[in-house]
Write a protein that binds this ligand. Structure first.
Ligand code: ADP
Ligand code: ZN
Length: 679
């Protein structure tokens, strides 16, 4: 009999398990129940698929959505594994065929919707040998989770019907109540609970505060253009915003799909299908665009508006970068969204809980410490080091004595008898003669024009900071007027000193970013062009193969495998089989086409492939470079690293040299040096 690792290698083409996968598989093989908590993209499917392949009989996988089942079955077929789905999308004759296959032991995995499982349960009990039940998206069973599905609650009878068949419940949503609920409702029998790290280091984190609509669109265009031909999702709070953003982008010639709950199911399915199959690269959506998105090569996820909780946010950004390659996430944060969401929370059934969740989301957006640390702490993982892959780590905030600025603002508010909101308070400070302001005689206040030297945008940010620090409050029941708190009065009357974060004008920080982009590109550019050409050709071949099979391209092969093909340039089937993500089925099915494309390419460009290991290791590959730039860059700095860094810096090594020595990007080196007070 084969071992789990051999199966991993031969069917999936992966060389090692990710943390916990091996233990989870062993536990299932020992016929024990388990509860598996892993982030989206963490690799849950393999945990039940490998036990299915190693045992006699059928593994039954309960899944809430037809699109999810389809995606998994396509991926299994593409690896040469027999699997089928019983759900309402099938014709009667298809169902008959599938049942026959089950009886003849022709399939290893049977996917099924929860309602269907209940209607088929007698038949299954009488005729099938079931090796394992896997309950995917298991949080759907709990009313506490955000995707509650009443049909899931009936799954509690499984252990009555099948007392000896183990159950594996899997989810990416991890709070305590939901966890307990899953165990109780499924009647899991002393389950082993596996909680893997929720860290997704390949997702970069960034927040942009106080952007106008126009600025947001500019940023979107920049991201979209940077990711030409790559997929991305833009989440908006409302249907109206989604339509508007899509329209704005369209005006700039960007083709985008719109997806929200106001559209018909047919329209929505079409958009989702176009997205999965790379016919549309960008989707502007409300949160309705969700669970069915298993596409592995989403390269950016942008939140045009603030999400209502960190759970929502994390799940949404989690749809990016499932293949482990670097992926951007960006959140726009402004006051208007906060006010709207607060109103929703106040009016909701669970006011306290929802306000608290929103507050935590706000804290993330306003953070001056590593954002990943905030996310991980939220999910109960203690983390106290900088990630070097969020905007705070890359350019740590600079503080300055902002006492006078705060005093001016607070004084302006008090002089209006606390009867103004943000905009008017800023107009007063900037001395703008607006009609509504003059009609109340505010232009005659002593503070009128006292903050002329500070641009509107900066004022807006300082007001946010003041709100965050508790100097002002918003009176939601008084037309959102601003009120000065007791703490604020201490600043004004008792000269309490306040540090504010300096606002770097957008243009400067953009330039900084462009520069750092450029240097990375330059670093990579020597053999860059040829690699790009080969990558494009491989990508086209993948697309053709995908269309032939009616699969999305990422099912044929992940982006990571394509990059590995560019780096390794295999010219025999054997070498091709060694590529990341290529199991024996893919080797047989596609090996010839890929290998001959690569040979043709090499002939055309007169490339002779480096043969020896030595040559290979001296040639730095895309993957290695990514690793250098990203993976190692996430590891915490040890004391030894720190000492060595300071020593080399004092010796006069340049940032570039330090980048190479430590395998980290320039932001990481600079911020560490700053932390160690070297500059
Ligand atoms: P989840 O269901 O947890 O969201 P998936 O099971 O879809 O995640 O896995 C995410 C991606 O990671 C898939 O492309 C999968 O093939 C890949 N993957 C899973 N396990 C491994 C592994 N041990 N090595 C490499 N890639 C893996
Ligand atoms: Zn960080």
């Amino acid at each position: 009999m084969k071992t789990p690792l051999e199966i991993l290698k031969s069917y999936y083409g992966y060389n090692s398990f990710r943390p916990m996968q091996a233990e989870i598989i062993t536990n299932a093989l020992l016929q024990n129940d388990s509860l598996v908590l892993m982030p989206t993209g963490g690799g849950k499917s393999i945990c039940f698929q490998i036990p299915a392949l190693l045992q006699n009989g059928i593994t039954v996988v309960v899944s809430p959505l037809i699109s999810l089942m389809k995606d998994q079955i396509d991926a299994l077929h593409a690896n040469g594994i027999q699997a089928e789905a019983l759900n309402s999308g099938n014709s009667v004759s298809k169902d008959v065929l599938i049942r026959e296959k089950c009886l003849n032991n022709e399939i290893k995995l049977l996917y099924i919707s929860p309602e269907r499982l209940i209607t088929e349960i007698d038949w299954m009990q009488n005729f099938l040998k079931i090796s394992l039940f896997a309950i995917d998206e298991a949080h759907c069973i709990s009313q506490w989770g955000h995707d509650f599905r009443p049909e899931y609650t009936q799954l509690g009878i499984l252990h009555e019907y099948f007392p000896h068949v183990p159950i594996m419940a899997l989810t990416a949503t991890a709070d305590k109540i939901t966890k307990q609920d899953i165990i109780e409702r499924l009647h899991l029998n002393h389950p082993q609970i596996y909680v893997s790290s929720f860290n997704r280091p390949n997702l970069s984190l960034e927040v942009k505060r106080g952007c106008s609509e126009k600025e947001k669109i500019k940023v979107l265009l920049d991201v979209i253009r940077r990711h030409n031909n790559e997929s991305g999702i833009i989440y908006c709070m409302t249907r109206k915003t989604a339509e508007k953003v899509a329209h704005n982008l369209y005006e700039y010639g960007v083709v985008v799909g719109v997806y929200h709950a106001g559209m018909s199911i047919k329209e929505r399915n079409q958009i989702q299908d176009d997205f999965l199959n790379d016919r549309i690269h960008v989707v502007v959506a409300t949160i309705a665009f969700g669970m069915g998105i298993d596409k592995s090569n989403v390269r950016y996820v942008i939140h045009y508006n603030l999400p209502k909780s960190i759970e929502n946010f994390y799940q949404e950004i989690g749809r990016g970068g499932r293949d482990g390659l670097p992926t951007e996430t960006l959140l726009f944060f402004n006051l208007q969204d906060l006010i709207t969401l607060r109103k929703f929370a106040e009016e909701s059934g669970q006011k306290e809980v929802n306000l608290e969740k929103l507050k935590r989301m706000q804290e993330y957006a306003e953070a001056h410490i590593c954002r990943r640390r905030i996310l991980l702490n939220y999910f109960g993982e203690i983390s106290d080091c900088a990630c070097n892959n969020c905007d705070v780590c890359k350019s740590p905030p600079e503080f300055f004595d902002g006492t006078i600025i705060v005093q001016k603002a607070l004084s302006a508010i008090l002089r209006t008898n606390e009867t103004v909101g943000f905009t008017m308070a800023i107009d007063i400070l900037r001395g703008v003669l607006m009609a509504n302001l003059m009609s109340k005689n505010f232009h005659q206040l002593k503070t009128f024009g006292a903050g002329r030297d500070i641009p509107f945008r900066e004022w807006k940010d300082y007001f946010l900071q003041m709100l965050h620090m508790g100097f002002i409050e918003i009176a939601y029941d008084e037309e959102r007027h601003l009120k000065v708190t007791q703490l604020g009065k201490n600043v004004l009357f008792n000269r309490l000193q306040v540090d504010l974060v300096r606002i770097i004008p957008e243009e400067k920080s953009e330039n900084k970013k462009k520069r750092s982009h450029k240097s990375i590109i330059q670093d990579n550019n020597e053999s860059g062009n040829k690699s790009d050409i080969l990558f494009e050709r491989l990508r086209n071949l993948r697309q053709n193969l995908a269309e032939k099979n009616h699969w999305p391209a990422y099912i044929v092969m992940s982006d990571k495998s394509l990059h590995a093909l560019v780096d390794e340039q295999p010219i025999t089937l054997e070498e091709f089989g060694e590529i990341f993500g290529i199991g024996k089925f893919k080797r047989e099915a596609y090996g010839e086409s890929f290998v001959s494309l690569i040979k043709e390419f090499q002939d055309e460009y007169g490339i002779t492939k480096p043969k020896t290991k030595m040559e290979k290791t001296t040639q730095m590959s895309y993957m290695d470079r990514q690793k250098q730039l990203h993976e190692h860059a996430y590891a915490p700095w040890t004391k030894k690293d720190d000492d060595y860094l300071v020593e080399l810096y004092k010796e006069g090594k340049s940032i570039k040299e330090l980048m190479e020595i430590f395998g980290r990007n320039s932001g990481a080196i600079r911020s560490r040096l700053r932390k160690l007070q070297c500059f």
